[in-house]
Design a protein around this ligand. Structure first.
Ligand SMILES: [Zn+2]
Ligand SMILES: [Zn+2]
Length: 258
């Protein structure tokens, strides 16, 4: 099992790289990728831009250390911000990444996955429309290898009045055409929405359109590394998924889960 989404104290995680790695090895994972936040908006939860070289050096030294018990990859979770795509692209290509997760955490200046106050006063239908448009745009930008938590809009369990299945269908087609991988992110289960990102129906649409998948816990503390992976793999097998994707130097390769 491979976990490609976790944070250390370089961004908003609570543990060091070594502690996350030790937890992963203890839980029997065969490979992990560190994916600390990189965000070109000034936020408290992302890696400070001046700390990025230290983060890079830390990961490279772990990768090169022969006593490292499992395979380690250098990933990043980078915010998609329309209007800053050039700058984001330059930053991504300046790092020796194995993969880059693109995530939408903002609608304009609203950080909708940390700031819950606006939800009661807004048009939730319009919010979902805007959210899905941004996620599709992030895929089409060509900046990212993996689309992070592709239905994060549901995090606080606010739902639109309309059926989301056509949105899943549309997004799955866009992802396939853009040739991106989508992550199954298990952290949603401990959030108010109480289910993985993307939902089972959304994963169904992705499988139908043959969009490749990765698996990530989005752990911010060591004990959550690989959280609910057995359940996630059972659900994916039930949907007919036989293989997931791993990355080296931003090149993908499939591994079997059946
Ligand atoms: Zn995220
Ligand atoms: Zn994350």
């Amino acid at each position: 099992m491979i976990d490609y989404h976790m944070h250390t104290y370089f961004s908003d995680g609570k543990n060091s790289h070594q502690e996350m790695l030790t937890s992963a090895a203890y839980k029997g994972l065969s490979e992990i990728g560190f994916s600390d936040h990189i965000c070109l908006k000034p936020v408290g939860w992302a890696t400070k831009l001046e700390a990025i070289p230290a983060m890079r050096n830390r990961i490279i030294s772990i990768k090169e250390d022969e006593s490292t018990p499992i395979s380690v990859k250098f990933g990043a979770e980078v915010d998609y911000i329309p209007g800053l795509t050039k700058e984001i692209g330059a930053l991504i290509t300046s790092l020796p990444l194995d993969y880059c997760i693109g995530s939408v955490h903002f609608i304009d200046d609203w950080n909708f996955d940390t700031d819950i106050t606006p939800y009661d006063g807004i048009d939730i239908d319009a919010f979902y429309n805007r959210y899905f448009a941004l996620v599709e745009e992030s895929a089409k930008s060509g900046l990212f290898d993996i689309i992070g938590h592709a239905d994060l809009a549901k995090k606080f369990a606010y739902y639109p009045s309309f059926d989301l299945n056509p949105y899943y269908e549309h997004a799955a087609k866009v992802f396939k055409e853009a040739d991106v991988v989508v992550e199954v992110n298990t952290s949603g289960r401990i959030k108010p929405c109480k289910e993985f990102y993307p939902s089972a129906q959304f994963v169904n649409a992705l499988v139908k359109h043959r969009v490749p998948l990765t698996l990530g816990s989005d752990a911010h503390v060591e004990q959550n590394v690989g959280q609910f992976f057995a359940d996630a793999i059972n659900e994916l097998r039930a949907l007919g998924v036989k293989e997931l994707v791993r990355f080296t130097n931003r090149k993908r390769e499939f591994y079997r889960i059946d």
